[in-house]
Design a binder for this molecule. Structure first.
Ligand SMILES: NC(=O)c1ccc[n+]([C@@H]2O[C@H](COP(=O)([O-])OP(=O)(O)OC[C@H]3O[C@@H](n4cnc5c(N)ncnc54)[C@H](OP(=O)(O)O)[C@@H]3O)[C@@H](O)[C@H]2O)c1
Length: 257
């Protein structure tokens, strides 16, 4: 039987390279394109059965607008973007192909699928969706089906709020005026864990995190809520009201857990 072809735009690094490896393992003939490759994004869009957009968030809309019309009806256009509403809307309006929005909830270094879910959003057509559900399912990744809107709402907490908090922590630690090497010998396990996260966000792929924050339509609301909480805690701490803060935390725990 003829192998299905897959073209990964942004397949030279990161999640695109991870996706290329996964599809190869599943028997697809895979080709990749980056900005410097001889094979272009347009070549892949013209020729492949499955076309995956895996470029940085800030470049995603332009790439979809450029290649979407070249992916013909009956084929599949999918993205791996960490946000889903805008890319899925653009794929639907710029292509007649089947459309699936995909967001693996982990980074490219993950090898073991256990506990690492992949979000899939239906865009257009059942065949492309079934194909991708099967690809991730066979590889052992739990698949979570949802809408782009629900995905982005969840990500406004799981990613936008979470990364915002990590950025605030990193900047506040820097403002304390004590260098990280000086802090290290005094670090508790909890502080070490948090600083590992700060180091990852500030030094590995800071652009990914700033794009996730800037691109989620709910970020403003989340930051306003964060500022309200900081104000409430500050008022209690200005008067040394530990009991008041403890009560606030106990009430919050009842809501959370
Ligand atoms: N990293 C994660 O943890 C993670 C997790 C889930 C989802 N995602 C999503 O995956 C997507 C890619 O993120 P990433 O972290 O994998 O990025 P990355 O490591 O920077 O890789 C981006 C890829 O896109 C290519 N590229 C950049 N601009 C391009 C353009 N204008 N046209 C064509 N190719 C271009 C790059 O190739 P060259 O540099 O060779 O040109 C590279 O292959 C994003 O939408 C992100 O939200 C990332």
């Amino acid at each position: 039987m003829k192998k299905m072809t897959a073209g990964i735009i942004g397949g030279t690094h990161g999640m695109g390279r991870w996706m290329a490896g996964l599809l190869r393992e599943q028997g697809f003939a895979v080709r990749v394109a980056g900005r410097e490759t001889k094979t272009t994004a347009a070549d892949l869009a013209d020729r492949c059965d499955v076309v995956v957009v895996a470029v940085p968030i800030a470049a995603t809309a332009d790439v979809i607008r450029e290649i979407g019309p070249r992916v013909k009806q009956g084929r599949l256009l999918m993205d791996l973007t960490s946000l889903k509403t805008e890319p899925v809307t653009l794929m639907l309006s710029h292509s007649q192909a089947d459309v699936v929005g995909c967001h693996p909830l982990f980074g490219p270094s993950v090898g073991d699928p256990a506990g690492h879910s992949v979000v899939l959003c239906r865009g257009r057509g059942d065949d492309g969706f079934a194909l991708m559900k099967d690809v991730f399912g066979k590889a052992g990744y739990p698949v979570l089906e949802t809408t782009p809107e629900v995905h982005d709402k969840m990500m406004s907490v799981v990613q936008a709020l979470n990364h915002f908090n990590t950025i605030v922590l990193g900047m506040a630690v820097a403002e304390a005026g004590i260098s990280f090497p000086d802090l290290q010998p005094y670090s508790t396990p909890m502080f070490k864990n948090k600083m590992e996260m700060v180091q990852k966000v500030f030094t590995e792929t800071p652009g990914l995190y700033t794009d996730i924050l800037a691109g989620n339509p709910r970020t403003k609301k989340i930051i306003a809520s964060y500022a309200r909480v900081v104000r409430k805690i500050s008022i209690l701490m200005k008067s040394g009201d530990a009991a008041g803060l403890k009560k606030m935390m106990e009430d919050t725990a009842k809501t959370l857990f």
